[in-house]
Every structure is written in C-alpha cells, then in structure tokens.
Design a protein around this ligand. Sequence first.
Ligand code: ADP
Length: 561
Amino acid sequence: MASLDSVARTVLRRRYLRRDETGEVVETPDELFHRVAADLASAEAAFGGDVDATEARFHEVMAERLFLPNSPTLMNAGTDLQQLAACFVLPVEDSIESIFEALSQTACIHQSGGGTGFSFSKLRPEGDVVGKTGGVASGPVSFMQIFDSATEQIKQGGRRRGANMGVLHVSHPDVETFVSAKGEADVLRNFNLSVATDAAFWDAIDAGEPYDLVNPRTDEIVRQVDPEALLELVAEMAWETGDPGVLFLDTIEAANPTPQLGHIEATNPCGEVPLLPYEACVLGSVNLAAHVDGETVDWDRLRETVHLGVRVLDDAIERSTFPVPEIAERVAETRKVGVGVMGFHDLLVDLRVPYGSPAAVEVAEAVMRFVHDEAWAASRQLAEERGPFPAWESSVHETPVRNATTTTVAPTGTISLLAGCSAGIEPIYNVAYTKHVLGGLEIRNDRFVDMVEARGLDAEVLLEDLHDRTTIQDVESIPDDVKRLFQTAHDLPPRQHLAVQAAFQRHTDNAVSKTVNLPASASVADVESVFRTARELDLKGVTVFRSGASTGQVLGEAPRR
Ligand code: ADP
C-alpha cells in the first residue's frame, strides 16, 4: 500500500476506521481498504465473476489512492450499516404526513452518512389556507427549519453532521423569503440553498416582462414580479452569504436520462447530482494527480482506473442497502453512478499548465472527455455481462448500458484528504494552511515544496510566511513560473472558474461541483453576470463565494457543491 501522509492517517483514524463498542479503533488503514474491497467484490459472485481477483484489484486501486469511492462506502461497506451512497433526493408533498415522512427518512439517511436534497416547491405558501384546521400555512421556509434542527441533532454514525440541499422554484410565492433566508445568522446552518430557474423565468428577463408567482396548491397566479429585480435579490444574497446558488432546471431536465420515470427538481447537498425523487447515487473519484507520467497524462493507466472505478460503483449498488424501500426500488431501476475526478490542479502543476491559462481549459476538456468515454465503455461492458439497468429501454440511451449515468464531478472534501491531492476540480486555496476540521489539520502543498526547494529556496521558512495566505503572487522571492502554477482560487477571474466548470460539464452526465470565487471588491452586478454566463455556458447550476462574505456555509467538512 502506498504510504499515507499524516493528514490522511488522522482523517482515517477519526472518521473511517472501525471501532469496537468501547470506541477503540480496531482496524488499520490497509484493513479498511481490504474490508471495502472484499465487500464490494463479493457482488461479482452473482454474475459469475472472479471474486478474489476483483477484490485484489479493488484493494490495489484504493490502497494506491488511484480511485476512492465516496465516504459512506469507505465507512460502511462490510459493516452492519452497509449503506454506501452519498447522495439522495427525497420528495416533499404538500401535506403534513408527507413532510414528516420525509423528515424521518432524512434522519435515517443522515445516520448512514448520506446527504439529502429536497424540492420544497410543492408546499403551499405562507399564509395560504389549511383546509383541515381552518388555519394558515407556515410555508416552505418554516418547514425547512424543522429539517434543519433534526439534522443538527443527528450526528451521522457519530462521525459527521448531515447536509441538505433545499430547492425552491423561482415561481413559488415565498421565493423572496427563501432567497433571503440565510441572511440571518445561524439560520438553516445545515442547508445549502438553490433557487430553481427555468426558461420561462429567463425569457421573462430577456423580454423585460413581468413574471408570475404561482400558488402550487391551486395553480393560481398570486402576484407578478419584476424578474430582473428578483434575480438581483438572488445575486445580492449570494454576494452577502454565498447562498443561494442557482439551478437551471431546463438544462438539467434536458439531460434527464429516464424522463419516463419523472422530472428532476432537486439535487444532492453539494449540487453535483440532480436526482429523481427517491433516487440515490454512489460516487467515486479518480485521483488525476496519480495518473501522470513525467509531464504527460498516463492515459493507459487512467483508462484502467476508470473502468475499475465504474465496476467498484456498480458493485457498490449491488451491495448497498437503503434505509427506505422506495429508494431501494428506484436505485435498482436506474443504477446511477458517478465517476469523477480529483487532483485536477495537482495534475495541471505536473503538466506545467497554469490553472488560469486557456491550456487548463483544454486539459479539462481532454481529460474529462476521456474519463466520460471510458466510463460509458465500462458501463456498456457491464451491461453485456450483467444486463442493462432495468429502466434502460424507455431511457434516452440507445445502446444497452448498465447505469443511467456514469459521471459526476464531486467536491471530494474528505476523500481528497485521504488521497493527498487537491479537491475535485478546484484550484488550491493556499499552499499551506490549517484546515479547521477534526481539531485542525496542517495541510501543505508538496508540489510547491518540491518546486521551491529545487530552486534553492528554504521551503520551511517560506511556508511559515505563506501560511493561511490566499495568494502568493505578491511574494518577491518566488520565481514567476512557480507563482503562475500556484494561482489560488482567489487569483483566478470568475470567467476562468466558469470556463473550467463548463469544460468538465460538457463531458459529465450529472453535474459538476465548483465554486466561483469572487474578490471582496466584487459587486452584486458581478454576481449577476456570473449567473448569466453560467446559463450561457449550459451549466446545470452555479454557486459563488465572495471573499469576506458573511458566512462560510460549509456543511460538515464538505465544501459547498
Ligand atoms: P467525500 O469526500 O466525503 O466522499 P464529497 O465532499 O465529495 O464527499 O461530497 C459528496 C457528497 O456527499 C455531497 O454532495 C453530499 O451529498 C454528501 N456529503 C458530503 N459531506 C456530507 C456530510 N457531512 N453529511 C451528509 N452528506 C455529505
């Protein structure tokens, strides 16, 4: 097994390694990878596969940190919990029964380490009549607070707090209350928010026409608003707090692989997986930084890892139990998996390509196109061995495939720490910093250390000076070419964040987790312009974070989307 750095060891010990009843750790990191590999590979037996050989390959790809499945798989595979998916969407209908059923299902999912997303768009607005009691309805935002407190109380398997995504359609009469909800401190702390927009909304903006807000219970137009002013309010709140993000529902629905099963109205907590009600998705990420040969991408190795990754995740679907029968049924029908990438910035450093350059967008495009093509090749192959996903025939897929989706770009908030690589497709934040989780983790960029040492600089002294700084561009002693390779999230203009996100999205079935960082000096109009550009680039969603915004909105250790 490739050796783990101290950050990875700490994260594993605190969160992932099995413990006995007294809380003692009873597993080594290598035993963890064996436990997960053995459990997942046991799924091969039903299809006449070679269980032992597959187990060895699964173990190797994880132990070498070439590919890691999402946290619930690492925590739960081969244990009593056995719930392996990170992403869920639950339906919420306009009744007390439905709301509280969703609440109890949420509790079970959080206990098993998954995150939940909901559309609250069907709930009648605040002040509307309640037939049964003759009272007045309290509206979606007030019900979301119940989900929020429940989440607060349930620590996931004692290991992490849950995370939620709350979605409200922009035509809902309570949209302004929803959009502004996180303007107050400590409200909906366990939620990310997304306002769901569609073509009608954007067309109204373009045409300069009023936009209808509709009561979902009666389909009556409650009032009309200026859509431009509404977008400005969204931008203002996002400028101030980072929430809400914006979803582009028509773009999402256009990519819905199984429209016969229903419409997509919501995503998981970090936004990278739009799902049908009761759907779940298992994710896993390829460590791109471990697929480099000299200064080029090791395509052969990457192909092998992606194929193995799809197999790991398809086996995870076989092996996973789900806390709610409706979820088990839906997952069995669509078998969505999400192979993604992490360590993209590290890869760029190895290729000597600055994140801020047009070449970075080309690398993004080439790498993800390859991952996507190979993931589908793997899913076609699995369909030959195991049959296509049951809902395949009426799906958009022409050839038989095993999974309704194969690719997703996740934030990889925790698994990138285990792999020791940069998170997801994000640019780095700093070259050395203290990550405020698990009592504080000291993170330093090994590539930066190697490169400055090779230039004869004293890395220790330099890192002390650079610790927690969000840019190194003003440090004279660092050579210019090194500075260019270690541009941080704050150094990059929003258009580059968007261009990279769009390049990945073009070759991703589900969505792409990415934050568009803005400088503290950015204006509300700048935020609005990010939203518009995101729509023009056919993104499925967009989220911004302005330096110095009032709240970090970080859920658990997962970065936003
Ligand atoms: P990891 O690195 O732990 O595998 P990611 O940061 O890639 O996870 O997040 C992927 C998804 O996992 C999120 O979008 C969300 O659905 C789920 N998730 C992440 N962190 C949490 C959390 N603290 N609670 C619940 N779900 C989470």
